[in-house]
Design a protein around this ligand. Structure first.
Ligand code: CMP
Length: 138
């Protein structure tokens, strides 16, 4: 079993798509190990996306991620990292496959509805950044 870290981003929460995304998560066999609704501060979002600090889109990304509440989660399944990335679809919704969450719910490459860790090391960092041991079930 593997765990990954996931976020339902502010665009999806504001548009009322959190429930549909959670339904897909359950339908696809992920076990929700931890979950919370939170409104990130700029400092918190900058720390989360620190690896992107030098990118031209960094400031816009932080502004977007702090515009409203997000749902942060830890998801568990066999090959959870790849499985969640497959369910999300490509970062840019124009390139996302039919039936993926970003194809269904994303607006553009920035306002792309969901986040998922891209490797085991990032999953470990992101999980620890958002959750402590007492917030995890199972
Ligand atoms: P995410 O998976 O959360 O990881 C980094 C985020 O940066 C990504 O989703 C997008 O929301 C955003 N992003 C990546 N590339 C670009 C880009 N070229 N322009 C704007 N935003 C981007």
């Amino acid at each position: 079993m593997q765990r990954t870290f996931a976020i339902i981003k502010p665009d999806a929460v504001a548009q009322g798509n959190a429930g549909a995304i959670l339904a897909e998560i359950e339908k696809n066999g992920f076990k929700i190990i931890a979950m919370k609704l939170m409104h990130l501060s700029r400092t918190q979002a900058e720390g989360f996306y620190a690896v992107h600090r030098e990118r031209p889109f960094f400031n816009d990304l932080v502004t977007f991620m702090t515009e409203g509440p997000v749902v942060a989660m830890i998801l568990q399944k066999e090959q959870a990292i790849k499985g969640w990335r497959d369910l999300m679809g490509a970062t840019n919704p124009e390139q996302a496959a039919e039936g993926t969450l970003r194809k269904r719910f994303a607006t553009n490459i920035e306002r792309n509805a969901v986040h998922g860790s891209d490797a085991e090391e990032t999953a470990a960092f992101e999980t620890r950044y958002f959750f402590n041991a007492m917030e995890m079930v199972g």
